[in-house]
Design a binder for this molecule. Structure first.
Ligand code: SAM
Length: 280
């Protein structure tokens, strides 16, 4: 049974980094007029109320989006992401946090396609109702990993696949690598972005090694740590592993991560990183 609910974590520092990368990839794909598929394998509920019992219990968003919201020195790289945050919080109060499906919904064009899967019996109906009136969207209560086989390659031959599992089961660490291999076999030119948490550094080192062993080229790693590595403290860092990143992404994240780190982590602990796991 799935117990993870993203509502406890929405808007935390990991979401800020994940959704910054997501929005930059979408904006880059929009530079060509041709349509593309946005496939979100682990979509969550879509919209999160920051006054909910879940959000209030952890208060994680207070050390995430709340720290950058309404600053007057926001870098250009955050423009698209912040536009979406502002859209959902028009009256100057930070009340809602849009998850990855709603960020995509706001940024995609009329002729792009959105395919979302979510398995949780409470989050799936919430997600489906968000997209009821959106002709571009297909929302399924289905296994996200299976979509990498059944939905690829897209008709448009252009696509962005976001994989954001909760890693509540250890098997997720293998499933993401298998999923990427399956997807890549069918659609080698797509852009794949995989989110990962750093709870135990060894697990991420293994994940990176397994990705290297796939032989896939052009894999970029982006990470922001709020604490030094530790096997006791829970999540100390998070990151995105991007296959076939748009050419500007490395530079954009190199520009913006130090600013995000400064603002999100006033103590200065942790680190940032943008580097290639495998280059061209
Ligand atoms: N991507 C979302 C965002 O950025 O707003 C957050 C997603 S949350 C980290 C992970 C979600 O994956 C949870 O809502 C969980 O119920 C769902 N999930 C877990 N296993 C799944 C699977 N095999 N297929 C589809 N969804 C799954």
């Amino acid at each position: 049974m799935l117990s993870y609910r993203h509502s406890f974590h929405a808007g935390n520092h990991a979401d800020v980094v994940k959704h910054t990368v997501q929005s930059l990839i979408i904006e880059s794909l929009k530079e060509k007029e041709k349509p593309f598929l946005y496939l979100d394998t682990h979509a969550g509920a879509g919209r999160y109320f920051l006054g909910s019992e879940h959000s209030e219990k952890t208060g994680e968003y207070l050390e995430g989006i709340a720290r950058i919201w309404q600053r007057d020195d926001i870098p250009a790289e955050l423009e698209a992401y912040m536009q979406v945050i502002n859209y959902f919080n028009r009256n100057e109060n930070l009340k809602y946090y849009p998850g990855s499906p709603l960020i995509a919904r706001q940024l995609l064009r009329d002729y792009d396609q959105i395919h979302l899967t979510e398995l949780h019996s409470s989050d799936y109906p919430l997600l489906r109702s968000e997209f009821q009136k959106d002709d571009r969207a297909k929302v399924l209560k289905a296994d996200g990993y299976q979509q990498l086989k059944s939905q690829l390659p897209p008709m448009s031959r252009r696509g962005f696949i976001l994989m954001d599992p909760p890693y509540e089961m250890k098997t997720d660490y293998q499933a993401v690598v298998e999923g990427i291999k399956e997807g890549y076999k069918r659609f080698a030119t797509g852009t794949y972005a995989l989110w990962y948490p750093v709870v135990m550094r060894q697990q991420i080192k293994r994940l990176v090694r397994e990705l290297e062993e796939t032989g896939i080229r052009r894999i970029l790693q982006i990470e922001l740590a709020v604490q030094p590595d530790s096997d006791r403290r829970g999540m100390t860092a998070s990151g995105m592993i991007v296959i076939n990143p748009p050419w500007k992404l490395e530079q954009q994240m190199t520009n913006v991560l130090p600013w995000l780190h400064k603002v999100l982590v006033p103590s200065g602990h942790g680190h940032t990183k943008v580097s290639w796991i495998t280059p061209e």
